[in-house]
Design a protein around this ligand. Structure first.
Ligand code: F6R
Length: 606
């Protein structure tokens, strides 16, 4: 979750612990530091909160002025002391802290083990110190540059070496890393928050850049070794803004983190032709034996499950039921060993979802969990786990967990489809090629944030708002309306567009904002008829669609055009402006965006 490094004149241990306190703001599961003292790398780690690490360090006098630290949010390997960073090579020559994912760690680890290296953790990170050990020929910077040609994935990493005792080497790719230039030394961190208490002068590392810090200075190069000129920035944020990477709220920060979360969730799971879910332990025969799928989750996770239903039925040709977890047990579901049960939970601790999982297991079903928290109850009790690599979600209103849950559902649907052979290889290739573009397309939406902000006043004073759509748009409408109600406290409902005329349209007046979603091309005309019915009742309609849907665009009062994608992948993009809309309406109403009233992040009571 956070890396931190220090080299300078001060005692490193208190500096590192102070930095970790800022980095770990919330949502980490283990911590650790490594310092260089009398020619040895000393490491202290702890599973749990920072206080436990501090307790371990208490009473020990350190004189080191160079070190690295880490707060971990488990990805590969459960939260435990052995999986906590820093990680060492075989001989304690190199210590590494790392944020991100090394996608090809498995192959590298196998190779390093054959070369005689001894691994002590289940993490992807541990391949890094062993690789450095393998390639080291007298200069740390050169060895780090060499290993970067071997690893694939995203990372911000810092290396400490007893062979080069006055040097820290750091590198970044698709992750964040900043350098602080203080009076007492240099600081390296994954965000500004642990640095700002020491200095406001910072260098921002760019993608594919290496930093080499000594007590004499900092120099930066690209991955090929070409020197880079850097601009020194003065950061004026207050410390609480720094915890949120400069965003006003965690919700906004997490909305903006979606391109990265989406990229990380796909990382290592797609080739050009197929989905590779190494974590799934199902044979094609077992998959062929399933006669239905049951999906269980609460709130936002349930909404992601609704999308999963459409995809699995459409692609893998398996019948799917979706249940709200708190209702699942009470309708005596027809579940047995031929049912694949998918349990969705960001936290992995939601009591109703866990109870549903246990009931399905009792009935003999095979359980796949989709969760964001490694080692959570749901992950431990399921047979298979597909993790969403969204990183910690702090805001109560779920955003990046939802879009990555949809991605995980897409991966699972494709995994079942390819095993069952229900769609052609060519078709799977096309979907995969488009899926790979989704993280960037999610990022494109942020060029239109101002447009969403301008829509907020149209909704801010409403006492009621309706979200409508057909097919997958209806599922997204449910999530859009939940976001609006929980953050703004405006009564919001989602309706299948065709269902409005069967009663609900009686509630619609010119005072009722309607959010109409039209991304399913085969349903454009039908949704347009619903919009026209509403316009005839003087309703104000805000439409979300793709460029080219002109008749729809001209019929609504305001229109937001999404980046083009295929129907089935559209929900990931459609929801992003709806999340932003909920955020800006909540802000305009003066609400506590990150902590809406009456809500907690994880509901651990039934
Ligand atoms: C809404 C929200 C909740 C959760 C629900 C399930 O923004 O966050 O509806 O989705 O409480 O939580 P998890 O996914 O942790 O089981």
């Amino acid at each position: 979750m956070g890396v931190f490094g220090y080299i300078g004149k001060s005692n490193a241990v208190p500096v590192l612990v102070g930095g970790l306190r800022k980095l770990g703001f919330q949502g980490y599961d283990s911590t650790g530091v490594a310092v260089l003292e009398e020619g040895r790398i000393l490491v202290a780690k702890s599973a749990g909160k920072l206080a436990e690490l501090e307790e371990k360090l208490n009473g020990r006098i350190f004189a080191s002025t160079i070190g690295i630290g880490h707060t971990r949010w488990a990805t590969h390997g459960k939260p435990s002391e052995s999986n906590a960073h820093p990680h060492l090579d075989c001989h304690g020559d190199f210590a590494v802290v790392h944020n991100g994912i090394i996608e090809n760690y498995f192959e590298l680890k196998e190779w390093l083990i054959k070369e005689g290296h001894l691994f002590r953790s289940e993490t992807d990170t541990e391949v890094l110190p062993h690789l450095i050990e393998h390639f080291y020929e007298g200069k740390l910077e050169t060895a780090v540059r060499k290993i970067l040609t071997k690893i694939e994935g995203s990372y911000s990493l810092i290396v400490l070496s007893r062979q080069d005792p006055g040097t820290l080497v750091a590198a970044r790719k698709n992750n964040s890393l900043v350098v602080g230039l203080g009076e007492d030394g240099y600081y390296l961190a994954s965000n500004f928050s642990p640095i700002l208490q020491h200095t406001k002068n910072t260098y921002i590392m760019e993608d594919e850049e290496i930093a080499v810090l000594t007590r004499e200075g900092a120099h930066f190069t690209d991955f090929q070794g070409k020197a880079k000129e850097k601009i020194l920035y003065e950061i004026s944020w207050d410390p609480s803004a720094a915890e949120k990477d400069g965003y006003d709220h965690f919700m906004l920060k997490e909305i903006f983190e979606q391109p990265k979360a989406l990229r990380d969730t796909l990382a290592g799971r797609l080739t050009d032709e197929k989905v590779v879910l190494k974590e799934m332990d199902l044979t094609p025969e077992q998959i062929a034996g399933f006669n239905k799928v049951a999906i269980v989750g609460c709130g936002t996770a349930y909404h992601a499950g609704l999308i999963g239903r459409t995809l699995i039925e459409r692609w893998a040709k398996l019948p799917v039921e979706v249940d709200i977890a708190s209702e699942f047990r009470y309708r005596t579901p027809l579940i047995d060993e031929r049912t694949l049960v998918v349990v969705l939970s960001q936290s992995g601790e939601t009591a109703d979802t866990l109870a549903g999982l246990r009931e399905a297991k009792r009935l003999g079903a095979r359980i796949v969990a989709i969760t964001n928290v490694v080692g959570s109850s749901v992950s431990r009790e399921a047979h298979d786990v597909i993790y969403t690599w969204a990183g910690p979600e702090i805001a109560i209103a779920s955003t990046k967990a939802y879009t990555t849950q949809i991605e995980a559902m897409i991966l699972l649907a494709l995994y079942l489809t390819q095993a069952k052979g229900t769609m052609s290889k060519e078709w799977i290739r096309e979907i995969i090629a488009e899926l790979k573009k989704i993280p960037d397309k999610a990022g494109e939406i942020f060029t239109q944030v101002a447009k969403v902000e301008q829509l907020a006043p149209l909704i801010k004073e409403a006492s009621s708002a309706f979200f409508i759509g057909r097919g997958l748009d209806w599922s997204v409408a449910l999530e859009g309306s939940l976001k609006l109600k929980e953050t703004s406290y405006i009564h919001a409902e989602a309706y299948a567009a065709g269902e409005l005329k069967h009663g609900t349209i009686a509630l619609v007046t010119e005072e009722t904002p309607i959010i109409a979603l039209a991304t399913q091309r085969d349903l454009y005309d039908k949704t347009l008829s619903s919009v026209n019915e509403l316009k005839a009742r003087e309703a104000k309609v805000i439409g979300f669609t793709f460029e080219g849907n002109d008749s729809f665009g001209q019929s609504v009062d305001e229109v937001f055009y999404l980046p083009e994608t295929i129907n089935e992948l559209a929900p990931i993009l459609t929801v992003i402006p709806l999340q932003l809309l909920a955020y800006y309406v909540s802000l305009a109403r003066g609400n506590d965006v990150d902590r809406p009233r009456n809500l907690v992040k994880s509901v651990t009571v039934e």
